[in-house]
Design a protein around this ligand. Structure first.
Ligand SMILES: [Fe+2]
Length: 243
């Protein structure tokens, strides 16, 4: 396992000529570490859901889940492939490669490659009857960086509630494996070189209206409160522990 400390990071950055960002953090190094230790990479193809569309009811209703996966997310995957073809991107390589330098590509690529990656992660972090909270190293890291699990939940929920318009709330692994909470607009994500918050997403919450409006209408806070009941903490823990 490659240790994600700042010293190694700076050394690696200097060797590869990667410039430090204003925040003193470059996603490429941490990205390499996680993608080399946590598999599989995210491909350009949409992967099947591991649960039935109605499996998350009543938290997420079947129609919302079905439309979300088979229409919205499928469109991001299709459009990301179209953009890749137009921009000579090898779709046999991980989509993370594109995201880490997305500023070099089109707006279509940014929106759809981001949308595809975000949803592929989102599905994996959901499961019927999810654990109430993580355990082990992830719980310890959350308690260290946010004081308590409840404080973490409040801060994360607020990131989702306060995202104006469409976007995502994130729990991100940053430099030195420090956990960070943030939010991105539209289909941006923390892997992107243009993002305000950078790192490896552990957990993402979709707060686009398409994720909840059929059941919750304008009650985004209620959707967020219920979403905690279907978080697949087992997956999130394994993702964290693989870094
Ligand atoms: Fe979505």
């Amino acid at each position: 396992m490659k240790k994600l400390n700042r010293r190694n990071f700076i050394t690696a950055s200097a060797k590869t000529g990667v410039a430090l960002s204003a925040a003193g953090f470059v996603s490429n190094n941490i990205f390499a570490a996680v993608t080399h230790s946590f598999s599989p990479y995210t491909s350009f193809d949409q992967t099947p859901l591991s649960f039935a569309p109605n499996a998350l009811e009543p938290v997420i209703d079947a129609m919302t889940m079905d439309i979300h996966y088979s229409k919205h997310a499928a469109a991001y995957a299709k459009n990301a492939k179209e953009a890749a073809q137009a921009e000579s991107v090898d779709t046999s390589k991980p989509i993370e490669d594109v995201l880490s330098k997305v500023s070099k590509y089109s707006v279509k690529m940014r929106n759809n490659a981001g949308g595809h990656y975000n949803h592929e992660l989102f599905w994996k972090t959901l499961k019927p009857g999810g654990e109430a909270k993580p355990s082990g190293k992830l719980l310890a890291a959350i308690e260290k960086d946010f004081n308590s699990f409840d404080a973490f939940k409040t801060q994360f929920s607020d990131a989702g509630k306060n995202r104006f318009g469409s976007g995502w709330a994130w729990l991100v692994v940053g430099t030195d494996k420090k956990l960070i909470i943030g939010s991105t607009p539209n289909q941006d994500n923390p892997l992107m070189d243009i993002a305000d918050i950078k790192g490896i997403p552990l957990l993402g919450l979709d707060v686009w209206e398409h994720a909840y409006y059929l059941h919750y209408q304008n009650r985004r806070p209620e959707y967020i409160e219920n979403w905690w009941k279907v978080v697949n903490w087992d997956f999130v823990q394994k993702r964290f522990e693989s870094m």
